[in-house]
Design a protein around this ligand. Sequence first.
Ligand code: 8GP
Length: 707
Amino acid sequence: DAGLGNGGLGRLAACFLDSLATLAYPAYGYGIRYEFGIFDQEIRNGYQVERPDDWLRFGSAWEVPRPQRVVPVSLYGRTEHVVEGGKQKVRWVDARHVMGMPYDVPIPGYRNGTVNTLRLWRARAAQELDLADFNAGDYLAAVEDRDLSENISKVLYPNDVTVMGKELRLQQQYFFVSCSIHDIVHRHVWRYKKTHPTFDAFADKVAIQLNDTHPSIAIAELMRVLVDEHELEWERAWKICQGVFGYTNHTLMPEALEKWSVDLFGRVLPRHLELVYEINRRFLDEMRSSGRVDEAAVQRMSLIEEGATKSVRMANLAVVGSRSVNGVAELHTDLLKKVLFKDFNQLWPEKFNSKTNGVTPRRWLLQANPELASAITEAVGPEWVTDASRLTGLAPLAEDAGFRRLFRRVKRQNKEKLAAIALAEHGVALDPDAIFDVQVKRLHEYKRQLLNAVRIASEYLKMKSDRSYRPHPRAYLFAAKAAPGYAMAKWHIKLINSIGDVVNADPATRDHLKVLFLRNYRVSLAERIMPAAEVSEQISTAGTEASGTGNMKFAMNGALTVGTLDGANVEIREEVGAENFFLFGMTVEEVEALKAKGYHPRERYYADPRIKETLDAIASGVFSPGEPGLFKPVVDALLDHDPYLVLADFAAYCACQDQVTAAYKDTERWNRMAILNVARSGRFSSDRTIRQYADEIWHLSPVRAEE
Ligand code: 8GP
């Protein structure tokens, strides 16, 4: 629960560290040692309330501070171009200085003698106190300055996909990158000073994988270090950069595309702005003189966006400066090539590749679900822990009534444990015989928690009006943090809680329908939820979820997916078999066609009585007695805009959920399907993903620790 990330992107990195160490790859992770990680979420009267995550309050046993390895970082100031000994040189002067102090977190491999390092940087004041201020008698000003520097690693920005053009955020990115590049260069120079006194071998020995564009300023920083500090020629330095970096893109959402206004960028990083301009000038010249691309494409690929506010496009910098660009699932990579990076793909098709995400079976099966893990080990031997392809050995056991009984007993125990948490934490009694239907992930409109909520509301209304309609009891579980500034997402949390308040209290339905929003979704809670889940909700609008990784954790623990053809759902369905997956909804092509033709959500409302009845109920206060108009804005937004096509997919979703209910009636069949999901989830081990990165991008081999 060191909440040093927001959601899937950071958790993926954590799974990757586990796989890197377990496969004995010589690799480091780098990050920021935030004093406050992702906020703690409380729910008050159904609303999300954020509390600071003071995770270092009692110190951390899992970090080793390395004060002897502090690194100086410059920010602000200006550049001076001088001629020294007949050579053009650039000096970064009048800068503010901050120190980066490394804290090393050991990352042990699974019983293999390898321990890798996650190095987290903490910002410290360059000097304890500014002596000039101090001597002038301004003791307080001296201390305040100190605070300013240390603010850099104070708090994680809690937005999952939407970027915020905040100055402090740019400082964080550069601080982290500058410390890490310094570390990497220093290690190389130190280790190879005898054998390779130059940078000749740098690109052979070093690979840096950029986890989205947040650290992509590293490309300019490595140029600065090589050109300004080590006095390499531009061409040589650029060749090294292009041999070192790989860039992983994690989303197609336009609001995630990082752009920094040239003003802000140049103020915080004056030298880097010059370097970005120079990289761009050379790149655009090359494009224009190649005659391969027209002027419009040149403009689109430029690292600089012209317009009202001129800005630096970090994704374009990442693509131009990297040897490899990858998406995180097949579908996502296809869309990257076709849409987001179309021009670049035409130019450099060989740069683009796909690396479908994965999750570590050590945490998400062995540790989180020890009973199922034992049953698996009993059945196929212990090797699956580090070779997830062995899980296929379970497939024949889907036909074994005894194994199915065991599997069912384990699931039932896990459901009881989660029910105990629900009761203790929320006072809500879940029936362990109910279907545990789960949607846990960050709250975002594109993930469509609202689709799930509206259908639950419609189920409730149907039960109220038709006393004979009593499907198998279901417990709908949600957990999700909303970005504190994302008003609509917060309304969705409130709506889910309000629906829960009404349906859980209604004697007519409460034995058939439960809705619970679990507070403060985080890794430790996910470890309780995944093993207990039976239905995994992966219902994003096709073309919006890059991959998803929760979807993999659920399948690995034997939950059946209700899902759209989005992200890695496509590959999960391929792998587990279409007959063991509940598919619904529009495809990417259908989504595009509908948008092109013009989508009018209000027409769906008038055409489908179930939609109309449910939205009218929500808007008129059936779920907010006492505050009748409370959810009208949520409903209006659906009727007027519905950017993620909730209403367009609603009927298909309901029909699919009816199939789920029908399938659950046949317990033996359900368990067969669930076991096959586990058996065929091996491809979604992050070990497979990491091997692909190592073989296809980094050209890296394992280094076994000596006995
Ligand atoms: C997430 C994707 O939304 C998720 O589908 C994927 O599984 C995960 O990355 C790991 O690849 N993306 C982000 O969190 C993300 O793009 N954050 C934005 C700020 C870039």
